[in-house]
Design a protein around this ligand. Structure first.
Ligand code: BES
Ligand code: ZN
Ligand code: ZN
Length: 476
């Protein structure tokens, strides 16, 4: 899809999107349509509102969507633009012209957001449909704004990073095995200029990652420890560590999930998709910061070699863990990845991100990430990045009372400490973070959607990818 910033005319396009924010700036050919829709009260020009009209431009008819708002570049307005884009794509538009003359506010923000939302709205997961039709869209034209091209290009990279994570998450688990995930990470990571290392079973054993291996060894598909490094600031010893949960399929293991609960569990590697996509985005933007991403990828399957409820296992840090439930596997893979990140990659700040608990979904719903931390300042920085990217997160508390719940009479820790489930999972990880500034992001809800929006279809959403890139930008 090519983009052009120029004074296009209706002759150049076969579809249009017109922002009506300042209606006096509407072009003369649109005004009668706008007036008619307003008079008939089918369109009020509310922020994000869409109205479809077929405009007679003299030489031809042009499918046109009027989008309300534009006086503020907020989520509602941007969703309205994305929706308009999707409508016209559905009407088989080839060349869409956007008229932003009615928009006011920050040009930089609008330019960046446009790069993001059209990139995000342009992806649909239809790789496996025999009747999937290639998009007819060839060209986007923009006018009415003195575009900030650099901000726009940054937005495209943010959008493409979001889409990359969605591709990984949508790819089903029969195809996206730990090995396949590592191949994607290596190929696409190296293309972006990252250093990528993939360790197999033997090396993982040598590292003593016994907690991670306990989960992995029930599957015939070999685990892969994936490490991606971006050395954007060679003068600094600081390393921002991103650890992502990469369970490419979570059946629950011997504590088998019910069929319904398994249905979406190809998405249990959304944390890994987020960190891989984010570090590729960070590299593409050339951010001046050192970032390392670590993914302990594996499957959680029942078999004769599976770990069992009641087992006591060890970990890379040497702590013993009672296996209360083999379905609480994510934290077992994460804690060894966290130890590896601190001890081998020398991370000085750490963020882990995971589809970790059903409890997070019950508490916060499908669109909000739950966040726990030991560092208020780090938390505030992440919160700002989520806000800037129009994604939702909410802080959850870590009280000493909850820490008591992690204790087990036979081992140092219990992997299935009871309610409140999101916080006991976070505290389990905290026991391995060695007091460095730490953020824990539970994306069990927002990473996989049961409903389509303007920005994404049903399924993967790419949650937290753009905020993680923005956080690295802030910490440069
Ligand atoms: N991958 C699941 C969490 C999950 C549930 C993600 C729903 C997305 C949607 C995780 O491994 C899990 O099964 N957690 C258990 C932990 C429990 C056994 C302590 C849970 O949340 O029920
Ligand atoms: Zn599980
Ligand atoms: Zn899981």
């Amino acid at each position: 899809m090519d983009k052009k910033f120029m004074e296009w005319k209706s002759d150049d396009v076969d579809a249009m999107v017109v922002v009506v924010g300042d209606a006096s700036k509407l072009c003369d050919c649109i005004k009668p349509y706008y007036k008619r829709l307003i008079d008939k009260k089918v369109f009020e020009g509310k922020v994000g509102e869409n109205a479809l009209a077929t405009v007679d431009c003299g030489s031809k008819l042009v499918d046109t969507v009027l989008v309300g708002g534009g006086n503020k570049i907020n989520k509602k307005f941007l969703d309205g633009l994305a929706k308009a884009f999707r409508t016209l794509k559905g009407l088989k538009a080839e060349k869409i012209g956007f008229d932003f003359a009615g928009a006011t506010g920050s040009i930089q923000k609008l330019s960046r957001s446009i790069g993001e939302i059209f990139t995000m709205a342009n992806y649909d997961f239809d790789d496996f449909k025999s009747d999937s039709k290639p998009s007819t869209l060839k060209q986007l034209y923009f006018k009415g704004l003195d575009f900030d091209k650099q901000a726009y290009e940054e937005g495209v990279i943010l959008g493409e990073s979001n889409v990359y994570a969605r591709i990984l998450v949508n790819t089903p688990a029969n195809i996206l095995t730990p090995e396949k995930l590592s191949e994607y990470a290596k190929a696409d990571g190296e293309k972006a200029g990252l250093e990528v290392e993939v360790k197999g079973l033997e090396e993982i054993r040598e590292l003593g990652m016994k907690s991670y291996l306990a989960v992995a060894e029930g599957s015939d598909n070999e685990p892969k420890l994936i490490v991606l490094r971006w050395k954007g600031n060679k003068e600094s010893n600081e390393v921002l560590g991103y650890v992502g949960k990469g369970v490419t399929y979570d059946s629950g293991g011997l504590s088998l999930k019910p069929s319904n609960g398994m249905m979406t569990m190809k998405s249990d590697m959304a944390g890994s998709a987020a960190v891989i996509a984010a570090i590729i985005g960070i590299a593409r933007l050339g951010l001046k910061i050192n970032v390392t991403a670590v993914v302990a990828a594996c499957e959680n399957m029942p078999s004769a070699r599976s770990y069992k409820p009641g087992d006591i296992i060890s970990s890379m840090a040497g702590k013993s863990i009672f296996v209360g439930n083999t379905d609480a596997e994510g934290r077992l893979t994460l804690v060894d990845a966290v130890t590896y990140m601190i001890e081998k990659e020398k991370a000085t700040k750490l963020l882990d991100i995971a589809t970790l608990t059903g409890a997070a979904v019950r508490a916060l719903g499908e669109t909000v990430s739950g966040v726990c931390t030991n560092d208020k300042k780090f938390y505030t920085q992440l919160e700002k990045s989520f806000k800037k990217m129009n994604e939702n997160m909410w802080r959850m508390p870590l009280f000493d009372d909850y820490r008591e719940l992690l204790k087990h009479y036979e081992a140092d820790l219990n992997n299935a400490a009871g309610t409140p489930g999101m916080m006991t999972a976070a505290l389990f990880i905290e026991a391995f973070v060695q007091d460095i500034p730490w953020l824990h992001v539970d994306i069990a809800g927002p990473s996989f959607a049961s409903k389509a929006t303007a920005l994404h279809g049903k399924g993967a959403t790419g949650a937290a990818v753009r905020p993680l890139i923005d956080l690295a930008k802030k910490l440069q």
